[in-house]
Design a protein around this ligand. Structure first.
Ligand code: FPP
Ligand code: MG
Length: 270
């Protein structure tokens, strides 16, 4: 009984401290779009003597945790790399578990009173969805349709996603549009035409990209969207253990950058 009481007090104190931290951070400049490469689920599972699918389930818990932190900070858009096209090369059992997990969690998130409704989040699934099993495609259509009028924030779940595939399709569409509009002998397309055809067309520019688990690669994720202003961070934490305390230094780094950019303008005005 006493132990339960102490645990309850600890949870309450942690929650209050986190809320306070988020309020302090929210008073500074806030990025509009943060993306996560959620890496390290299997290594986390192995380290904790768990089955691989448990590592992925814990990965979803971390995604929900970070999504809520981002929404409380008023970050307008969160993108998460949930399944790379390349992940189809994993064992059929693992792919099957990931698909079942995606289906279960997408359906759960679409429910009344859940996080997407609470924070007014529109969910988009980015990627080649025709490669996904029918039941996952149905769950995607359902959650996208239920959340389509939410306009406070965007959650992009990327599955089965490949940036090179996205760019190829975007260039094809931009060329087709250009040829339809003008002289078929002259095909002029700009960066803007390609950006407008990307799956992230409705999302704000990418401010921060975070990859966990100590691996320093982009793995075919949002390659076009990583502009010269995007801050890329590599965290040593495995994704399931990534939390607010890992995120805070990254946000502070972003805020420092924005303040530095604003400084000369303010001095010039004085
Ligand atoms: C990478 O870690 C993680 C994945 C391939 C899957 C990520 C999926 C989730 C966190 C859940 C997604 C939820 C929804 C709603 C779609 P890894 O498997 O590469 O681990 P490792 O780097 O340790 O091998
Ligand atoms: Mg990995």
């Amino acid at each position: 009984m006493l132990l339960r009481c102490l645990r309850w007090i600890r949870v309450k104190i942690t929650q209050r401290a986190q809320r306070f931290l988020l309020r302090v951070l929210a008073s500074g400049p806030i990025p509009q779009h943060v993306a996560f490469v959620m890496d390290g689920n299997r290594r986390y599972a192995r380290r904790h003597q768990q089955a691989i699918h448990e590592g992925h389930s814990e990965g979803f818990v971390a995604l929900r945790r970070m999504l809520e932190a981002c929404l409380r900070l008023d970050i307008r858009c969160v993108s998460a790399y949930a399944f790379a096209m390349d992940n189809f090369r994993r064992s059929p059992e693992e792919v099957d578990h990931l698909m079942k997990l995606a289906h279960e969690k997408l359906m759960e998130m679409s429910l009344h009173g859940q996080i997407l409704e609470e924070y007014g989040v529109r969910l988009n699934v980015l990627g080649n969805r025709s490669l996904l099993p029918d039941y996952v495609q149905e769950a995607i259509c359902h959650v996208e349709s239920v959340t389509r009028h939410n306009n406070k924030a965007i959650l992009n779940i990327c599955m089965s996603y490949s940036s090179q595939d996205e760019m190829t399709t975007a260039v094809e569409s931009a060329v087709r549009n250009s040829l339809e509009k003008s002289d078929p002998d002259i095909c002029e397309i700009t960066e803007h035409d390609i950006s407008a055809q990307l799956m992230t067309a409705g999302s704000p520019p990418l401010d921060i990209l975070i990859r966990t688990s100590g691996v320093k690669r982009l793995s075919d994720f949002l390659l076009w969207q990583c502009s010269e202003d995007t801050q890329i961070h590599f965290s040593k934490a495995y994704w399931p253990e990534f939390g607010l305390l890992d995120f805070v230094p990254i946000l502070l780094d972003y805020q420092r950058k924005i303040w530095r950019q604003r400084l000369p303008t303010r001095r010039l005005r004085q």
